[in-house]
Write a new protein. Structure first.
Length: 118
């Protein structure tokens, strides 16, 4: 079992920035992909960003050029840097980890609220 501890959510004005953090309970080198999802009320959850064990990254079109996913192996932490935030970015953000072994194991963080409002 892998625990994912998230932090960094909060209230920010439109155009502002926030950085979310996700610290897994195992080495990030054991994790094949780390992902950030978000879910807003009444909207299906959305895959926002992915980083692979080879440091390849993928972003949803809605956040390209504004969000950056990265990982720090020394701190064993994955980050989501969010710039130029918009009200439509308001959601609960979830960290997700996938480990490919005999099958695919998937783990979720507890979620952190991001609210973009003036």
């Amino acid at each position: 079992q892998v625990q994912l501890v998230e932090s960094g959510g909060g209230l920010v004005q439109p155009g502002g920035s926030l950085t979310l953090s996700c610290a897994p309970s195992v080495s990030i080198f054991r994790i094949n992909t780390m992902n950030w999802y978000r879910q807003a009320p009444g909207i299906q959850h959305e895959l926002v960003a992915t980083i692979t064990s080879g440091d390849s990254t993928v972003y949803a079109d809605s956040v390209k050029g504004r969000f950056t996913i990265s990982r720090d192996s020394a701190k064993n932490t994955v980050y989501l840097q969010m710039n130029s935030l918009k009200p439509e970015d308001t959601a609960v953000y979830y960290c997700n980890a996938r480990i490919i072994g005999r099958g695919i194991s998937e783990f979720w963080g507890q979620g952190t609220q991001v609210t973009v409002s003036s």
